[in-house]
Design a protein around this ligand. Structure first.
Ligand SMILES: Cc1cc2nc3c(=O)[nH]c(=O)nc-3n(C[C@H](O)[C@H](O)[C@H](O)COP(=O)(O)O)c2cc1C
Length: 323
């Protein structure tokens, strides 16, 4: 897939995930073959007001390129201003969030609630495209609600505003993240627009990725929750799509090694306290499906230091007789 002059050679990208896909996780996913990575969503309004935390969310890792910064907001001028500020981090492109269902975002006329106003979507994309000279992409949902399915209309509005690609998550805002996901809507958008379309929703195996490509004709697949505790999914997808090889799930020892690498990286970036607090949920994802997982998840819920993490890994290996 090509985004402006950027060649994207791999087949599955990591979805933006606030509070989860931080710099450390994005780097680990890039190391495992993610086609690109996207920052956690950043508020254009907060950024324009000089909010320090929003500035930090935009920090990028050169080793996770190509990489984009995702902005959310509802005012075209504020979004254009934020886009200029974001460019200081030298992202390969900017992405606009038109899909977030969270009440804090959608209830504030941002994220998925923008889909109720395709003309506003068009103006936001146009304003951001006018402010920067990198490609601008948009991430949308199927629509706002069951009786407000308008992904095709919104995608066309964004394309005419200058969007270089559209990511479609096949659920409405009302569905949040609950099944079923609708891949047909991704196919409809793909048929309607001429820019690349990135399909998203419920890819958790290499075979799912192949099916999503097949079903929708999309140009790239984006993986969110399926990569949590399983960043090797990207290499599994590459191997399956390129060579038809189904790579096995890695053994526990390898999983825990990747977990420790991710957390050590997070410690470097945000300090031990904050990194280990966030590592609690990552650790339980990495342990999913193993013997004693329920008890180990309980232990993961109270780790506070790298030593605690190492102890947890030791217990997990012992429980699963890999020591
Ligand atoms: C914890 C979490 C945080 C998310 N944060 C964002 C975000 O910041 N921006 C965004 O566009 N989508 C966000 N999403 C949506 C994902 O990018 C993706 O569209 C959704 O999870 C569906 O894909 P999946 O089935 O592969 O997980 C988030 C999803 C989750 C689970």
């Amino acid at each position: 897939m090509k985004l402006g002059s950027i060649d994207i050679t791999k087949r599955a990208a990591l979805a933006p995930m606030a509070g989860v896909a931080d710099r450390a996780f994005r780097r680990i996913c890039a190391d495992h073959g993610a086609a690109f990575t996207v920052s956690e969503m950043v508020s254009a309004k907060a950024l324009s007001m000089g909010d320090r935390k929003s500035g930090e969310l935009m920090e990028l890792d050169d080793r996770a390129r190509p990489t984009a910064i995702q902005l959310f907001g509802d005012d075209p001028d504020t979004m254009a201003n934020a886009a200029l500020l974001a460019m200081k981090q030298q992202p390969d492109w900017l992405d606009i969030n038109m899909g977030c269902p969270a009440p804090k975002i959608a209830g504030n006329h941002c994220g998925s609630s923008l889909m109720r106003e395709p003309e506003l979507c068009h103006r936001i994309v146009k304003a951001v495209c006018g402010a920067v000279d990198v490609p601008v992409t948009v991430k949308i949902r199927k629509g706002y609600a069951k009786d407000e399915v308008n992904a095709v209309e919104v995608a066309l509005a964004c394309e005419s505003g200058g969007a270089a690609a559209i990511t479609v998550h096949g659920r409405t805002r009302d569905q949040m993240y609950a099944p079923p996901v609708d891949w047909d809507i991704i196919r409809e958008v793909k048929r309607a627009v001429s820019v690349p379309v990135i399909g998203n929703g419920d890819v958790t195996t290499a075979e799912d990725a192949a099916r999503l490509y097949e079903h929708t004709g999309c140009d790239l697949v984006m993986v969110g929750r399926g990569a949590l505790g399983a960043p090797w999914l990207f290499s599994q997808i590459e191997a399956y799509l390129n060579e038809g090889t189904l790579l096995p799930e890695p053994p526990l020892a390898h999983r825990l090694e990747v977990l420790c690498r991710q957390v050590a990286l997070a410690v470097e970036l945000k300090g031990e306290r904050s990194a280990l607090l966030e590592a609690r949920k990552h650790a339980s994802w990495y342990l999913r499906g193993f013997r004693g997982a329920a008890i180990l998840r309980g232990e993961a819920g109270s780790i506070s230091t790298m030593d605690d993490l190492r102890r947890l890994c030791y217990h997990a290996l012992k429980e699963n007789e890999e020591l």
